[in-house]
Design a protein around this ligand. Sequence first.
Ligand SMILES: [Zn+2]
Length: 180
Amino acid sequence: MTDFFDIKAKRLDPVFLAWLQARVREDAGGCWEWRLSAKDGSQPQGKYLGNVINVRRQIVEQVTGKPLPRGWVAVERCECKLCVRPGHQIGISRSEAFKGKEFSVLHKAKLAASAQARSKISREVVERIRAEPGTAVAKAQVHGIHVKYVRDILNFKVWKDYSSPFSGLILASDKQRSAA
Ligand SMILES: [Zn+2]
């Protein structure tokens, strides 16, 4: 496969690149196998500058210089489950990612439910945050959670509803694709 490592790695923060390189093992095929924990066994994560980050998302966002659009995920395209080599990471819409892995709607619902079960707040609180008037700052104070988390709830970045079989299709709308 064409390796865009040099192009992509140049755009990474040198501090982040050094942090990344200290946590991988390069295999014979040139993939950088993540040596620390991975969420759901396939999403490398680690503590960087005090925050637990999704390593692939961090790479893609630094390389492109902008946040991934809503409903998009960062994945490896080399089919090496734990690879975090910058040149092997791409951002794609969630439904494309699921399509590629042939995840069923049921599987998606399960993943969403398990993520939500780990969350500090309940679905009822999420629904209230979305329904109540007021600023994100005020809502954060009322519910004792971070403002960014309130914004993520309001923007459906977290607590997405997978109860509809079409929710994946909505996330992959052409509008979002063109916004990339
Ligand atoms: Zn790879």
